[in-house]
Design a protein around this ligand. Structure first.
Ligand SMILES: [Zn+2]
Length: 269
């Protein structure tokens, strides 16, 4: 086969050019499209999200198996085609970013997983057909609580599209549920939500639980409370938000200060 020659259409301008400083949710950044390609941007502003295909120019290309070290170094090795690993034979990066605004040949984006100086190969609109709401995925469990909370929060924001107070409550509840019951999008994990629309929406986005096929999710609108009940096999976990005075720093509160947590195991009949 002949080699394929690609010419970058632009580059990433970011606050960091160090891949180790890139958080899992990506960063706000600017994509500078080179002037000779600016005409190709016509109409792109009609999209809220874009796929950015870039070239991880600093990535090793001779590695075929890796540990998902960034998320959890204790997990087993995977082939690089089974992960979104940095190292791969052709280090094509694929990042879904939110398109905030376009000014001439500059795309202002958030959630971009590419450091400053990364050559950009292509930009494509993100379509609703790209969504698979509840796919099967390996359980890449985060190495510590901070990591797990970050991964869950990212899923919640992608789904719910606003970082409201109820999103933070949902994320904290989900971290506790994951600690008790494991993988949150497991087909045999059911969740019932009693609370606000935002809480229900965030929990659904995190757990990928649908109302049917299979039925894993139920919701009761009750704006004055926030309660989630998680069940898997014989295990049951109920997490209820305590009444919190409004002026307290939510993030500094422990699980026990925030929630009443009841865990039990039902008898199998
Ligand atoms: Zn909300």
């Amino acid at each position: 086969m002949e080699d394929i020659v690609l010419k970058p259409v632009g580059q990433v301008v970011s606050q960091t050019d160090n891949p180790d400083e890139m958080p899992l949710g990506g960063l706000t950044a600017v994509i500078e499209v080179y002037p000779q390609y600016a005409a190709a941007l016509k109409g792109l502003e009609e999209n809220s999200h874009i796929w950015v295909l870039a070239w991880f120019h600093k990535a090793p290309r001779d590695i075929l198996r890796v540990n998902p070290v960034k998320v959890n170094p204790d997990l087993p090795e995977y082939g690089v085609f089974a992960l979104r690993a940095f190292a791969r034979p052709n280090p094509v990066a694929m990042s879904l970013a939110k398109l905030e605004k376009i000014e001439e040949n500059l795309l202002y984006v958030s959630g971009l997983d590419a450091v400053g100086g990364t050559p950009v190969l292509d930009i494509k609109p993100y379509y609703e057909n790209d969504i698979v709401f509840s796919p099967d995925t390996p359980y890449i469990r985060g190495k510590d609580r901070e990591m797990r909370q970050g991964l869950i929060k990212k899923q919640a924001i992608v789904y719910h599209q606003e970082e409201c107070q109820d999103l933070h409550i949902a994320v904290r509840m989900a971290v506790i549920a994951e600690d008790h019951l494991g993988k949150l999008n497991s087909p045999d994990l059911n969740v019932q939500v009693k609370g606000s629309l935002c809480l229900g929406d965030c929990i659904q986005g995190i757990s990928k639980a649908r109302l049917a096929n299979p039925p894993r999710f139920s919701f009761c609108f009750s704006p004055d409370c926030a309660e989630t009940k998680w069940t898997k096999d014989t295990a049951e976990l109920i997490i209820t938000l305590r009444e919190i005075p409004g002026n307290l720093d939510f993030e500094s509160l422990s699980d026990g200060e925030l929630f009443i947590i009841e865990s039990s195991s039902r008898q199998k009949i």
